[in-house]
Design a protein around this ligand. Structure first.
Ligand SMILES: [Zn+2]
Ligand SMILES: [Zn+2]
Length: 416
């Protein structure tokens, strides 16, 4: 499928004009063979690509990419311990030479590296997606590890995504299950966005909301078909991942795609409470979804009259956050400035309560989430991603503060 992107860049009923920078998204069997056309459409004909792969993605797709784009510079990285860090950047720079754009062949790490290096040279980047593992293909940030710190750098998104079904449907299944986790995590992300909008009027575009929601529903309906290896279902998953990325581009940030489940996942990734672990992003999001769904459903069942429990917001727990977050404390404060929670009064929460009840009731139950994750073959417990569940309480308490956005977790904080 060659996706018509014009509908994502138009004046919208919400009053804003959303813009996206992606020019081409191609998801089909044999998509790599169409690379010369895509390069032409992107206005890059005659320019030499710096093709960035690792040994695995070179075998899976890079070799063919090099055949269809015969004039190129090639960098093949060692996949052992590959991170989006200075070491990898240096290796790419050494092979960049006279390139006019960057073409990354891979998923998470290679896509991030491609964006980062392209941004350093102020040239465009294209992405050949080799696994349906996450929704960041067209995102405008690169998640990097620089000076041993995990940081995100704003970088232009790839202007084209080429996803060849013959390639990404053969990726190690664990990567695909991770992609399912990243998408179904939007159940809580979208609920959090809607709840914040309902309470204090945070901007919410219904079109963007619907795009993201349709991506979740499509994947939820297709879990068994993906697990059974049906090519069409794989294409639908990849499409949902790209749609989610486009929704973020339209929004200008990750609000449609990231709520309390991603906050938990980011918190685990930081390794500040728990020790080191090897969970993939989407795996952690899936487990985050399971944890947050349980908390949300239990909380709503428990609170029949919010007015009996709610107290005014007293600000962030600075002393505890300094202790827990350490050097990341300053970043957390920056994220939460201005603090949207100052808009949330007990009166507004009480007035919005019936609507909040509806929003949470419409979410799948904890048992349904667990069933989806099991059917997807994805981890559903903290232990399965290598994080001891003794840390859950602490992670639930402090993860909402690493991003400034309001989630239902912040309201729970106002009542207990
Ligand atoms: Zn809109
Ligand atoms: Zn994600």
């Amino acid at each position: 499928m060659d996706i018509d992107l014009s509908r994502f860049s138009a004046p919208c009923a919400c009053g804003r004009t959303h813009t996206i920078t992606a020019k081409t998204v191609l998801i089909e069997s044999g998509a790599i063979l169409k690379l010369p056309e895509v390069v032409k459409e992107c206005g890059l004909e005659g320019k030499k690509p710096c093709i960035v792969c690792d040994e695995n993605t070179y075998k899976a797709a890079g070799e063919l990419v090099c055949k269809v784009l015969p004039v190129h510079n090639l960098v093949v990285l060692n996949p052992e311990g590959l991170h989006p860090d200075e070491h990898a950047i240096e290796a790419i720079e050494a092979g960049y030479l006279d390139s006019g754009y960057v073409l990354s062949v891979g998923s998470g790490t290679l896509n991030d590296l491609g964006k980062y290096v392209a941004n350093e040279h102020k040239v465009p980047t294209l992405s050949v997606a080799t696994a349906a593992s996450m929704d960041g293909f067209v995102s405008t940030v690169a998640a990097m590890t620089l000076n041993n710190f995990k940081v995100t750098r704003i970088c232009p998104a790839p202007i084209a995504v080429i996803a060849d079904t013959d390639v990404f449907s053969k990726a190690p299944y664990r990567l695909t299950a991770s992609g399912i986790g990243d998408i179904i995590g939007k159940y809580t992300a979208l609920s959090d966005w809607r709840i914040s909008h309902t309470i204090w009027g945070e901007y919410l575009c219904e079109n963007i909301f619907d795009i993201e929601h349709s991506a979740v529903v499509k994947v939820a309906e297709n879990i068994d078909a993906i697990r059974a290896g049906k090519k069409e279902a794989y294409e639908d998953l990849m499409y949902a991942l790209v749609l989610s990325g486009l929704a973020m581009q339209m929004m200008g940030n990750s609000r449609p795609a990231s709520g309390a489940e991603h906050h938990l996942s980011h918190f685990w990734e930081l390794n500040i409470v728990n020790g080191h672990h090897n969970g993939l992003h989407g795996e952690m999001v899936g487990v985050g979804l399971a944890c947050i769904t349980k908390v949300y459903k239990d909380f709503m069942a428990q609170v029949t009259d919010p007015s009996a429990l709610i107290h005014p917001y007293h600000g962030m727990p600075h002393e505890q956050l300094k202790e827990i977050l350490g050097f990341m404390y300053e970043d957390a404060i920056k994220e939460s400035t201005p603090d949207d929670m100052l808009q949330v009064t007990p009166e507004k929460v009480i007035a919005a309560w019936p609507k909040i009840q509806q929003i949470v009731a419409a979410m799948p139950s904890h048992a349904e989430v667990m069933d989806m994750l099991h059917r997807a073959g994805a981890p559903s417990t903290m232990e399965e991603i290598g994080v001891d569940s003794v840390y859950l309480e602490k992670c639930l308490k402090f993860s909402p503060f690493i991003r400034g956005r309001i989630t239902l977790m912040r309201l729970i904080d106002l009542m207990f």
